[in-house]
Design a protein around this ligand. Structure first.
Ligand code: GMT
Length: 379
C-alpha cells in the first residue's frame, strides 16, 4: 500500500507514534510518505520505502497568520498525484484532518478518491479541539474522515461526549517497538547521575500546564526527604523556567537535572527507578508506556487513558489529579524496599508487552484495507 502520513514532526507523543508507525509499516512492505513541515525527530532512517516531503509556507507580510493548512492541502494533492498515494493517515485532528479533507475534495475534482484515516491523539479533542473557536471545524473534519481512530477507550468516550460524532470510532492503542526499546546497556551508568545509594526518579514531557510540573517537583521533594534520590527532568516547554524556580525555592536544585529535549531517552530510562506522570489530562500517556517498557514503574494520576496503561498496584500506582500526598506516599512505598521495587520493575515490563508493536500495526493495516474497500465505489 502507498500511504501518506501527516503529523507534527516535533518531540511529542502524536509525532512519535506517527513516525514509529510509518517505519513499522515500511518494514512490512508498504511505501510510506511523510508529509509535514520538517523531518520528524525520530525519523533518522530514510530507507527506500520511506519518503519525506516538506511542506513549506512562504512568508507574506500581509498575513498575521501564515496559511499552513492551505500549503499542506496543496502539497497533499501534489504528492498523491506524483506518487500514487492510495490513502492518507493523518495524526492529530488540528489542522491535519481539515487539510486532508480539502485535499480529498480537490483530488475528487480530478477523478481521484484518496480516503482519510484520522487518528485523534488527545489534546486535539480534550483541550484544543473542543474550544468553541475550533469545535465546528474539528467536528466537521472528524465526521468527514473515512475512518477515525483514538489511542484509548477514554479518548473515544471523550470524543463522543464532546462532539456530535456521526461515525464509528476504532480504538487502536499506542505501542512500543521493543526492538528499539530493549535495554542495550549492560551497565546503565547510573553512577554518572547519582550516588550509589540514591534512587533515580524521572519525568519526561513537553512541560506544558497539563503535565502538572509543580506536582512532579513536590512529589520528588517529599520522596527525597525520606529516601536519597535525584530527579531527571527531560523535555522543553513553557513550564520549565518556573520548575527551576520552584526547585530553587525548595532548596533541591542540586538534586534535579534538567536535560532539555533528549535523543537518549532509552539511556535515561535505563538508569531510572521510578517515573512520575501526574498529568491533569492524558489520553494515553505514551511516556509512561515507554518507561514501563524499560522496566520503570509509574506513579501517575488516574486521568483519561492512563488507567488503560498503568495498572494499579502492579506496574505502579494511580491517584487523583493533584493528590501529591498520595502520589508521594505510593512512590516512597515502592522505593523503600529493594525487593518490592524489583517486583514493580518486572511487572512494568510485563504490562507494557501488551502494547507490542506487532499487535498494533496489523490493527491499522486492517483499518486501511477496510477503508479502501469501503471507498472503492467512490473511485
Ligand atoms: O502530551 C502532549 O501534550 C503531546 C500530545 C501530542 O499530541 O503529541 O500527546 C498526546 O498524544 C500522545 C500520543 O498518542 C498521548 O500518549 C498523550 O497522552 C497525549 N497527551 C494528552 O492527552 C495530554
Amino acid at each position: 500500500m502507498k500511504i501518506g502520513i501527516v503529523c507534527y514532526p516535533t518531540f511529542g507523543g502524536s509525532g512519535v507514534v506517527a513516525t514509529e508507525l510509518g517505519l513499522a509499516l515500511s518494514k512490512r512492505g508498504h511505501e510510506i510518505h511523510f508529509i509535514t513541515y520538517s523531518q520528524p525527530v525520530r525519523l533518522d532512517l530514510l530507507g527506500s520505502n520511506v519518503h519525506y516531503h516538506e511542506v513549506t509556507v512562504p512568508e507574506y507580510p500581509l498575513f498575521l497568520y501564515q496559511p499552513y493548512e492551505l500549503a499542506l492541502s496543496s502539497k497533499l494533492v501534489d504528492m498523491v498525484k506524483m506518487h500514487g498515494i492510495e490513502l492518507l493517515h493523518v495524526h492529530y485532528a488540528i489542522p491535519h484532518a481539515y487539510a486532508a479533507y480539502m485535499a480529498r475534495e480537490m483530488l475528487q475534482e480530478e477523478g481521484i478518491y484518496v480516503p482519510i484515516v484520522t487518528t485523534l491523539h488527545g489534546t486535539d479533542i480534550t483541550l484544543v479541539g473542543s474550544h468553541p473557536f475550533y469545535k465546528t471545524a474539528v467536528t466537521f473534519s472528524i465526521n468527514k474522515s473515512d475512518a477515525v481512530t483514538t489511542v484509548s477507550q477514554s479518548l473515544k468516550d471523550d470524543t463522543i461526549r464532546l462532539f456530535d460524532i456521526k461515525r464509528e470510532i476504532d480504538v487502536v492503542p499506542n505501542f512500543i517497538d521493543f526492538s528499539r526499546h530493549k535495554t542495550q546497556f549492560d551497565d546503565c551508568q547510573r553512577w554518572i547521575m547519582a550516588d550509589e545509594n540514591e534512587k533515580i526518579i524521572t519525568h519526561i514531557s513537553n512541560f506544558r500546564k497539563v503535565k502538572q510540573i509543580p506536582d512532579v517537583i513536590k512529589i520528588f521533594y517529599n520522596i527525597q526527604k525520606e529516601i536519597p534520590a535525584k530527579l531527571m527532568m527531560v523535555g522543553e516547554g513553557p513550564e520549565k523556567a518556573d520548575a527551576e524556580r520552584l526547585c530553587k525555592k525548595l532548596g533541591i536544585l542540586n538534586k534535579v537535572v534538567f536535560f532539555g529535549n533528549s535523543h537518549e531517552i532509552d539511556k535515561i530510562l535505563c538508569f531510572s527507578d521510578l517515573f512520575l506522570l501526574p498529568s491533569e489530562t492524558e489520553s494515553f500517556g505514551l511516556a509512561a508506556l515507554e518507561a514501563m517498557a524499560s522496566g520503570v514503574p509509574v506513579i501517575s494520576s488516574n486521568t483519561g487513558g492512563i488507567p488503560e496503561v498503568n495498572v494499579e498496584g502492579v506496574s505502579g500506582f494511580l491517584s487523583d489529579v493533584h493528590d501529591v500526598e498520595d502520589m508521594s506516599k505510593n512512590a516512597i512505598y515502592i522505593l523503600s524496599d529493594e525487593q518490592r521495587l524489583n517486583t514493580f520493575k518486572l511487572n512494568a515490563t510485563k504490562e507494557s508487552a501488551k502494547f507490542a508493536i506487532e499487535n498494533v500495526v496489523p490493527q491499522y493495516e486492517a483499518i486501511y484495507a477496510r477503508t479502501l474497500k469501503n471507498c472503492e465505489f467512490l473511485k
